[in-house]
Design a protein around this ligand. Structure first.
Ligand SMILES: *[C@@H]1O[C@H](CO)[C@@H](O)[C@H](O)[C@H]1NC(C)=O
Ligand SMILES: *[C@@H]1O[C@H](CO)[C@@H](O)[C@H](O)[C@H]1NC(C)=O
Ligand SMILES: *[C@@H]1O[C@H](CO)[C@@H](O)[C@H](O)[C@H]1NC(C)=O
Ligand SMILES: *[C@@H]1O[C@H](CO)[C@@H](O)[C@H](O)[C@H]1NC(C)=O
Length: 374
């Protein structure tokens, strides 16, 4: 009768409540608790209620009694939703989620108060991991530092052109100590490489990386790209430095040496000497008679009939230049004279006619005085 009444109550409750989760049952009925083998469901007044087996026992579904557990039942490690202190993180807690204990974080600035069993604002600094305002280096970027804000280190940038000096613990002017600052670049951006005219710097993964133009190219900074180096802008030149940018066979004077000049032939620099006793005339850019050349190199005036090979320094008025050996000239005095000049290797050598004879310019030899017009 009591059982029937329980069923009746259950039916009535179900009818009225409608959505009741309670399952109608006969008192004394039992069921497995699908969530926990250390528990079972027992029918009481027409509803199933949860019951626990004694510690160390579990619900045996076939025998419908609690029996000593020798390993068959593995109860869940935690009760769903349970919260407890995380001994390793004062700003967080451990929570049972889907039967597993999961580490959770309190909202920023909170700590977990185990008495209240919840996260509360950490006004007293119970759980701060750093001293407010303290600074330290940012290991990932030397242009930044970390500052303790609300108990946690937060990254902050030094001003542009400054870097974090770990010793002074201050931002200081960056004169190349920190590679981080100049390396902050726009991806793929291309820049001149001051150390390599045949290459450039490119921003790859936020860092400038040196790249090479192809073999015959140089980096044109105006166009920002590699170009074939037709003008030898960058590819090493084989010419002597003075001869790179001048036309072939250019000549120019040698300092403090009136008879010498420089000449570029096919990019090579040569020092040449004016042949005979000519001097270099920079106005006409060729060797010239000394009297046409305004040059004083402090060298002593030529002396003696140094009849050497062509080009050696010998006395000359320039008259024998280009003349065959043996060519004769009258003495420079011009008048009747027994002195004359013979060209020898383009040098002028003084000669004197035998006694009683004079130099005859017409026949170019010594002659009787009567035959010489002067
Ligand atoms: C947790 O909160 C209680 C109540 O506010 C407080 O008395 C206690 O000191 C707190 N515990 C800690 C560790 O701060
Ligand atoms: C430069 O001048 C020299 C001598 O006159 C000549 O032999 C040579 O071929 C010239 N070189 C060029 C590139 O014109
Ligand atoms: C001038 O240059 C020539 C040729 O290089 C050299 O032989 C001569 O000794 C130089 N003279 C002086 C005064 O330097
Ligand atoms: C050669 O003759 C000229 C003209 O008479 C004279 O000036 C010069 O000194 C002479 N040279 C030598 C080496 O005697």
């Amino acid at each position: 009768m009591a059982q029937l009444r329980g069923v009746a109550i259950c039916l009535i409750v179900s009818l009225f409540v409608g959505s009741s989760r309670a399952e109608c049952c006969k008192d004394g009925e039992t069921k497995v608790d699908a969530d926990d083998c250390t528990k079972y469901l027992a029918c009481c007044h027409g509803e199933f209620v949860s019951k626990s087996c004694a510690s160390g026992s579990y619900w045996h579904s076939d025998l419908e009694v609690c029996v000593v557990d020798d390993g068959q039942c593995k109860p869940p490690t935690c009760v769903e939703g349970d919260i407890k202190l995380n001994p390793e993180n004062c700003a967080g807690y451990l929570q049972c989620v889907n039967g597993n204990i999961v580490s959770q974080s309190c909202p920023s600035g909170d700590y977990f108060n185990s008495t209240l069993n919840q996260c509360v604002e950490d006004t007293c600094g119970v759980c701060l991991s750093c001293t407010e305002g303290s600074k330290k280096a940012d290991p990932s970027d030397c242009s930044k530092f970390q500052i303790c804000t609300n108990g946690v280190y937060v990254s902050q940038s030094c001003a542009s052109g400054y870097y974090w000096n770990a010793l002074s613990k201050e931002c200081e002017e960056d004169n190349g100590q920190c590679k981080g600052t100049e390396q902050s670049c726009t991806e793929n951006e291309i820049k001149v490489n001051p150390a390599d005219c045949a290459g450039y710097l490119q921003c790859i993964n936020g860092k400038l990386v040196a790249r090479k133009c192809s073999a015959t190219q140089f980096f044109n900074p105006t166009l920002g790209q590699c170009e074939v180096d037709t003008q030898n802008v960058c590819i090493p030149k084989t010419c002597d430095s003075d001869c790179c940018d001048v036309s072939n066979n250019s000549i120019w004077p040698v300092e403090k040496n009136c008879s010498a000049f420089y000449q570029c032939v096919d990019g090579k620099k040569f020092e040449q000497r004016c042949s005979n006793n000519l001097l270099y005339n920079s106005q006409i850019e060729q060797c010239d008679y000394p009297w046409n050349v305004d040059c004083d190199d402090g060298s002593p005036p030529p002396s003696g009939p140094n009849a050497g090979p062509s080009g050696t320094y010998c006395e000359s008025q320039g008259r024998c230049v280009g003349q065959r050996d043996g060519t004769m000239f009258a003495d420079a005095s011009g008048g009747c004279s027994s002195n004359y000049v013979v060209c020898q290797c383009e040098c002028e050598v003084n000669f004197t006619c035998s006694s009683g004879l004079l130099y005859n310019a017409l026949v170019k030899s010594c002659d009787w005085a009567d035959n010489v017009k002067c």
